[in-house]
Design a protein around this ligand. Structure first.
Ligand SMILES: Nc1ncnc2c1ncn2[C@@H]1O[C@H](COP(=O)(O)OP(=O)(O)OP(=O)(O)O)[C@@H](O)[C@H]1O
Length: 321
């Protein structure tokens, strides 16, 4: 668990972070969003003490970070940054094994761990283990960066714009990879991102910052439902908020049982979001779609009317909770 209590950071006269408090419970995913220069990276770097905080308290698993040896602290926290920070003269396998080697794991255990992570992150060992960072694409390098951050199996993962420099398709793939990884490993994650869709897709808790302060925090749905002010509203996409909300909900949780009428011609997987379902309806000029499971067997249907009703019901339950 990560707790920040009234934390501030001053660089000379500049107040980069001003009295912020938030908590990330163990195994939860928190995203920090806000305009450029609002103090997101500084906040992240104070957690692993790459930057020392000026005021307040940062507590990891019950102990103030100030009480940790900074080097030991950083070895137990995975850190992923936009330009990967891979060592250019080390090959992929050696880069991934950095922290386990520093922790003096036996060589065979390091090798095993590196191979396990490479498989997990879809980096075939024969193809990638001996490549150097300059021989990798941006997306491959970023996967190596994530593997390196996970190598010593840290409980905490800090990620600073990890996919910021990637094209939208690669970015989307890596976001899906991160979502799968989180569903399996349940790390305590803090992600800094400029991409609101990325934040909404991955986070359990959103922290919106402006000028060093927290403007609003809560679950993605709660913020989409009730942004505290115009700034949060515009950060969340303004008019697009309804669509973003629809993107948080899966069709499988809102479809109707298959009716007696013929199945609709357009068919969508039950893993689609309500937003994707709406997009298919617009694209195919239809007001009803058949929903199929992973074996492509029809399991339900969704009409435009039901979609709107379900999205509304979701809003109601969000505002009650
Ligand atoms: N080492 C430093 N020395 C002086 N000022 C700094 C330092 N690091 C950050 N700042 C200042 O602190 C403020 C917050 O910077 P920070 O990098 O945390 O913002 P950010 O929200 O991560 O921005 P971006 O989204 O553009 O990366 C900025 O005004 C920045 O100029």
């Amino acid at each position: 668990m990560i707790e920040l209590h009234n934390v501030a950071k001053r660089f000379g006269d500049t107040v980069a972070v001003d009295d912020i408090s938030f908590t990330v419970p163990k195994g939860k995913f928190c995203a920090l969003v806000g305009t450029s220069g609002c103090g997101k990276s500084t906040t992240l770097r104070m957690i692993n003490r790459l930057t020392e905080h000026s005021d307040g308290e940062i507590i990891l698993d019950g102990q103030a970070v100030a009480a940790y040896n900074p080097v030991q602290l950083r070895r137990r926290i995975g850190y992923v940054i936009q330009d990967t920070g891979l060592f250019p003269h080390w090959n992929v396998a050696r880069n991934i094994g950095t922290v386990p080697r520093l922790l003096k794991w036996p060589a065979s255990k390091v090798r095993e761990r590196v191979e396990e992570l490479m498989q997990f992150l879809n980096l075939p060992i024969g193809e990638f283990a001996h490549k150097y960072p300059h021989q990798l694409s941006g997306g491959q390098a970023q996967r190596v960066g994530v593997a390196r951050a996970l190598a010593a199996d840290p409980d905490i993962l800090l990620m600073d714009e990890p996919f910021g420099a990637l094209d939208p398709i690669t970015r989307e793939k890596l976001q899906a990879m991160l979502a799968r990884l989180q569903a399996r490993l349940h790390k305590t994650v803090v992600l800094v991102t400029h991409d609101m869709d990325e934040a909404l897709r991955l986070a359990d808790h959103l922290v919106v910052m402006r000028d060093g302060k927290i403007v609003q925090q809560g679950s993605p749905l709660a913020l989409l439902q009730k942004p505290a002010n115009d700034f949060v509203d515009s950060m969340l996409g303004g008019l697009e908020r309804g669509l973003k909300q629809a993107s948080l909900t899966r069709v499988r949780d809102h479809m109707a049982p298959l009716g007696p009428t013929l199945p609709a011609q357009s068919r969508i997987p039950d893993t689609y979001t309500l937003r994707q379902a709406l997009s298919v309806m617009l694209r195919d000029h239809c007001e009803r779609v058949t929903v199929a499971d992973k074996h492509d067997v029809p399991v339900g249907e969704l009409s435009l009317r039901r979609l709107v009703k379900e999205a509304h019901a979701q809003q109601e339950s969000a505002s009650e909770s």
